[in-house]
Design a protein around this ligand. Structure first.
Ligand SMILES: C[S@@+](CC[C@H](N)C(=O)[O-])C[C@H]1O[C@@H](n2cnc3c(N)ncnc32)[C@H](O)[C@@H]1O
Length: 218
């Protein structure tokens, strides 16, 4: 009942946070920094599938000079992230309620410095690899919208998705680094910011897999 009521009020609650999200993200294509009031040379980091926003809010607070855009297709989920950012008065984080399949409509070539993919849906049961956010067609889009030397930082609990992704990134010409199949017991744990799903999987004792994939485009 509470959940239903909460869902029914999504438009009003989104309206209350209208300064933090973009209803027409395509109009910002090529000018995200300018529209968000950031210098032309600031870093632009994009999280795809931000969920309820633990990672993007904590990361944006820790890096106030960078501009963060968090994309999520589920409106009831992104609302929780937006309200979190509003409550914390974060000034360098903005949201887009949309599907990653339309990324090319929203970002210009060479506009993004880094992409975060945290615990993307694995699409294992239905055997639909083309829907995975690390499927090669998505990687080509990421490479296009990222600057030369841009990087995708990817974390997952799912072994099948991780090994699939290692292969896709490699096949698409990215250079892999910081590859670990047990992030929380690795040298990168200290600087790691846990997401909601990551905390849940860690509590269940599931090792977290992580990699950084750097674009080699010129
Ligand atoms: C398993 S959840 C992980 C949420 C969060 N990143 C975390 O680690 O806690 C995956 C999220 O990605 C979103 N998502 C999946 N595919 C997407 C797509 N194509 N475009 C935008 N969001 C997507 C889902 O709606 C969901 O909220």
């Amino acid at each position: 009942m509470t959940r239903l009521r909460a869902k029914r009020h999504i438009p009003e609650r989104m309206e209350r946070c209208a300064d933090l999200w973009f209803a027409l993200p395509a109009t910002n294509k090529g000018k995200w920094r300018e529209v968000c009031g950031f210098p032309a040379d600031c870093k632009l980091f994009l999280e795809i599938g931000c969920g309820k926003g633990k990672f993007c809010t904590e990361t944006a607070i820790a890096n106030p000079d960078a501009l963060y855009i968090a994309l999520e297709r589920e409106s009831s989920v992104i609302l929780a992230a937006i309200e979190k950012a509003k409550e914390l008065e974060i000034k360098n984080l903005f949201f887009v309620n949309a599907d990653a399949k339309n990324l090319m409509d929203y970002f210009e070539e060479n506009e993004v410095d880094r992409i975060y993919l945290n615990f993307s849906d694995p699409w294992t049961r239905k055997k639909k690899p083309k829907r995975r956010l690390t499927y090669r067609d998505f990687l080509k889009v990421y490479e296009t919208i990222m600057k030369p030397g841009g990087e995708v930082r990817f974390k997952t609990d799912n072994t099948l998705l991780f090994e699939f992704s290692v292969n896709e990134f490699t096949e698409c010409g990215f250079t892999l680094s910081e590859v670990t199949r047990d992030l929380h017991n690795s040298e990168w744990n200290e600087e790691n910011v846990r997401t909601e799903f990551e905390q849940k999987f860690a509590d269940e004792g599931i090792p977290i897999k992580r990699l950084v994939a750097t674009s080699n485009k010129k």
